[in-house]
Structures are given as structure tokens and as C-alpha cells.
Write a protein that binds this ligand. Structure first.
Ligand code: AMP
Length: 504
């Protein structure tokens, strides 16, 4: 892989000194717990890196901290991995020129840690005895620490703190003669959520975990296949959506076309419901369902569950907009933009510490006084995590003269942490995990507070209710029903993780 270390270092923020003994210092391992990401891959298309950069730009909402592309050309892999937004680096002709070839994989990443190291920016790359192998991962493995410790005991040397690197080591150590069998063997050892795109000198490979927790889709452009986290990335490059990669499916794209294998015992799919609530871009289709329509349906369902007598429905932009529209249409209360969002700041969570996050909320939203003054306001957001946004926004409505503020949330209370790559924090920091509904209302300062019910979410998705025996989605954030083993959270591992949690 040709990669100039000098170039990479240029973009690294000043190095944070690492002190594992002192929990007040950012910890080397801290960021492995919290990642959410977007992935993209093309094969046999001219200007593969430029197409990948465009695809990643459309997936920017899935990770704004770092971006990387690895391309393959004529016997050589080329890689560029940078901190910052896709456009900051990959819009430059010079960067794309350093990524020649007709095959490429790319990644956008977000991790909420103090330390953001270039070594964790994906795609990760390794020279295996079968040749070069680049991999980009969306999701989070729930046994990565356990595997990592075992591998280290056996002599493996890790270059990053990313759980994805475990996959590289497992592939490298497999004794199977064929590359694909080695890859499958590696996947059989890992637990948790993964949507992967991988590149070898002959193939682009996509793989999705046996439950299909994180999304991955197949597109087609000029007769060639593309892989992406979301369909909005296909739209960006004018590609046609072909289908989702299914749970437990591996797709192999090569000169022969697209081949599909299913190496895992079949089981029902359980995609993460939070993609519909918050993560995916509203113009994406997730499992064929338009995210925008689903969010509107959640708002309409909320209006049926909780009717408020009010003058205006105001969304918390941008994430509350479709649900507020749905609420307004169902209730007949006019929809108004009572909060204006400044688009030149990132998502609230991008700020790593609570104090900075709080300032971030004020930087991001302003009240539109002419809409709310003297009015009874139904304020709608998609979710409450720590409550930081809610407190500020409700106060902002009151400061702008709102007579009443009714805060409605188009998803159920988040009572359980996520371990599959969507960055909800430890239980103690989740407002709904530690407060009753009335305590939350008092804390937030609204006149009333209500959440969409768990069955209400399922109704918005076209089901009668949540199937308690075989839930249609992964909804652990609301129910505590984790769909996979949480190996890293058991015994010795739990002790280590809680140490890391203290450091964050
Ligand atoms: P909080 O202020 O901590 O309660 O966060 C709630 C806000 O963050 C809502 O406006 C959500 O749209 C947004 N949000 C919800 N989940 C996440 C997440 N996992 N990462 C980033 N933002 C989120």
C-alpha cells in the first residue's frame, strides 16, 4: 500500500499523551466502544476513488470525524486516511490522483473520544499471504476485546484500537487454503454488529452479520456493482438500488459479476430500529422502506397516542422534522419552523465532553420568536439520550415567549446502552434510565412530556405490535433485549470496560 506517513501526520490533531494509569486522561482504548460509521465500495469502475469520495460524502451523517479510501490498481493498493470531513480532503484532485484504479473501498467514521488517532481511521489494510486486504466496518463487535486479548497472548501485534483489526488478525491466522474460507472463518468467530466492505486484488466483498443489525445495500452503475451503507450514497452517484445485502449474507463482486453465499445458519433478520428513528438519512430506503415516510408515520402515531391542544407543532431540526410533519398532519395543528438550525456545526454528539456539548446545542439551534411567542407549542424531537438538547431547547422556547411547551418524542425512552455501533452512552448517562417520566419532565422543564410507545414504533413500521417472542427489529435501547451475546461485558472484561467508562 502506498501511503505517505508524512501526509497522514499532517492532518493529525496534536497528539494526546496517553496514560492508562490515570483515568482522567484520554485512554488509548477508550474509543473502541463507540463508533458509528458508513461504508462504501466499488469494483471495476473508472475513477473508483472519486466515486467512493462522492458516496462517502452522502454518508457523511454516519460519521464526521474521519474518512478513508483504499484503492487497488495494477498490482498495488493505495490508501489515504484523514481526520475531518470527506470534502476537507477527498475533494482535492491531488488526493484522488494518489488513489488510482478501478476498485476502491471507503469509510467515514465517528468516535466520541478525546483521542482521535489516524491509526484508527479505516479502511484498515494488511498484507496477508494471499495478498493485500482492505476492510471497512460499520458496527461494533461485542467480543472484540476478548478476541483481542487472546490474539495478543498468541503473539499478535495490534496497530490500532479498532475492533475491526481483530478481523484482519483472524483472517491472517486462519489455516484454510482459500481466502474466502479464511474470511468466513474469521466472521464465524466474531459477535455483534458488522456490515463490512472488503477489497482484495481480485474482489470486492460485502458481508452482513447474521442478524443484519447495521444496513448494507447493493447498487448498480453502468452494469457494475456498488456497496454502500445507505441508498442515499447510490443516489449521489446516479446508481440504481438493486437490493439489500441480507443478514448473514456475503456478496462477492468480481470480474464474474456478483456471487452470494450464506455461510451462517439461517435466522430471522433483526435490523436496528434506530436507523429508522435517527441514523439513516431521511431520503434513504432501509430494507426497502423510505426512512422519511417511516419517521412521518412515527409522528402520526404519536399524535394518535398523545393528542395535545396546541397552536403550533415545532420540530427540533433536523432530526425531528419528519415526525413533526406527521404529527401536524394527523392532528391538524399547523407545522411551523419555530427553531432554526445553524448548519455549519456538526451533530451535537460530535463534541466529546458534556460541557462542550452543552455549548454546542446553543450554537446549533435558535428560536424563531415570531412563530412561538404567546403560543402553545408542541415541540417534537426523535429521541432523548442524555437530555442535553431537550433542556436547552425547551428553555429556548420559553425565552422566546412560548405560553406552553409540550415536549413529545417520536420514539420510546432510551433506557439501555447500545453496543452495536450507535453511540448511546452508559446507562448512568441515559436520562430515561435513571429518571421517572415525571422526573424527566421536571428536569427538562416542559409542561408535559410524552414518548411514543414501543408498540407505536412497530405500528409505524406496518406491524400490529412488537412480536415479543421474535421481535422484528433490534430494539435493545428501549427494551434491554440484546440480540447477541455481550461477551466483552462479562466477568473480567466488564471490570476493564467500567474502568474505561470512568475515563470517558
Ligand atoms: P441528548 O441531547 O443527549 O438528549 O441527545 C438527543 C439528541 O441527539 C436528539 O436531538 C437526537 O436527534 C440526537 N441523537 C439521538 N441519538 C443519537 C446518537 N446516537 N448520536 C448522536 N445524536 C443522537
Amino acid at each position: 500500500m502506498t501511503e505517505s506517513p508524512k501526509e497522514c501526520e499532517k492532518t493529525v490533531t496534536p497528539d494526546v499523551k496517553l496514560d492508562v494509569q490515570n483515568p482522567s486522561q484520554p485512554n488509548f482504548d477508550e474509543d473502541r466502544l463507540r463508533e458509528y460509521c458508513g461504508v462504501f465500495g466499488v469494483f471495476d469502475l473508472d475513477d473508483a476513488a472519486a466515486i467512493t469520495a462522492l458516496g462517502l460524502h452522502a454518508l457523511q451523517h454516519r460519521g464526521q470525524e474521519a474518512a478513508g479510501i483504499v484503492s487497488y490498481d495494477n498490482g498495488r493498493f493505495h490508501g489515504e486516511r484523514r481526520l475531518g470531513l470527506v470534502g476537507d480532503h477527498f475533494s482535492k484532485e491531488s488526493a484522488i490522483k494518489r488513489l488510482p484504479g478501478s476498485a476502491a473501498v471507503g469509510h467515514v467514521r465517528y468516535a466520541t473520544t478525546g483521542e482521535t488517532a489516524i491509526r484508527n481511521v479505516q479502511p484498515l489494510f494488511a498484507e496477508l499471504n494471499s495478498g493485500g486486504f482492505a476492510v471497512a466496518h460499520n458496527g461494533n463487535l461485542t467480543n472484540a476485546q476478548t478476541l483481542r486479548r487472546e490474539l495478543i497472548k498468541e503473539g499478535a501485534i495490534f496497530q490500532s484500537t479498532s475492533d475491526t483489526e481483530v478481523i484482519l488478525h483472524l483472517v491472517a491466522r486462519s489455516r484454510k487454503p482459500q481466502f474466502l474460507d479464511r474470511f468466513i472463518e474469521a466472521l464465524r468467530s466474531i459477535e455483534g454488529a458488522y456490515s463490512l466492505v472488503a477489497l482484495t486484488n481480485k474482489k470486492l466483498i460485502g458481508a452482513r452479520d447474521p442478524l443484519g443489525i447495521r444496513p448494507l445495500v447493493i447498487g448498480e452503475l453502468n452494469g457494475k456493482f456498488i456497496l454502500a451503507s445507505e441508498t442515499c450514497a447510490l443516489d449521489m452517484i446516479g446508481a440504481r438500488f438493486v437490493r439489500d445485502v441480507m443478514n448473514g449474507e456475503i456478496v462477492i463482486i468480481s470480474e464474474k459479476g456478483l456471487e452470494s453465499i450464506n455461510p451462517f445458519p439461517p435466522q430471522p433478520m433483526r435490523p436496528c430500529i434506530f436507523e429508522y428513528i435517527y441514523f439513516a438519512r431521511p431520503d434513504s430506503l432501509v430494507h426497502g422502506r423510505p426512512v422519511y415516510q417511516i419517521r412521518k408515520a412515527m409522528g402520526a402515531e404519536l399524535a394518535r397516542e398523545r393528542r395535545i391542544f396546541a397552536d403550533v407543532v415545532v420540530p427540533v431540526p433536523d432530526s425531528g422534522v419528519p415526525a413533526a410533519l406527521g404529527y401536524s398532519q394527523e392532528s391538524g395543528i399547523p407545522f411551523e419552523l419555530g427553531i432554526i438550525r445553524n448548519h455549519y456545526v456538526g451533530r451535537t454528539f460530535i463534541q466529546p465532553s458534556q460541557s462542550v456539548r452543552e455549548v454546542g446545542v446553543r450554537m446549533k439551534h435558535s428560536a424563531n420568536r415570531c412563530v412561538v411567542e404567546g403560543k402553545r407549542v408542541v415541540l417534537i424531537d426523535d429521541s432523548i439520550v442524555r437530555g442535553t438538547t431537550s433542556v436547552k431547547i425547551v428553555q429556548m422556547m420559553r425565552d422566546a415567549g412560548a405560553k406552553e411547551v409540550h415536549f413529545l418524542i417520536s420514539s420510546p425512552p432510551i433506557t439501555h446502552p447500545d453496543y452495536y455501533g450507535i453511540d448511546t452512552p452508559q446507562k448512568e448517562k441515559l436520562l430515561a434510565a435513571t429518571h421517572s417520566l415525571e422526573e424527566m419532565r421536571t428536569y427538562i422543564g416542559s409542561d408535559s412530556l410524552a414518548f411514543l410507545s414501543v408498540d407505536g414504533i412497530y405500528r409505524s413500521m406496518g406491524y400490529e405490535k412488537r412480536d415479543a417472542l421474535r421481535p422484528q427489529f433490534t430494539d435493545h435501547c428501549f427494551t434491554g433485549d440484546y440480540p447477541t451475546a455481550l461477551t466483552d461485558l462479562s466477568g473480567e472484561n466488564r471490570a476493564q470496560l467500567s474502568l474505561l467508562a470512568e475515563a470517558s
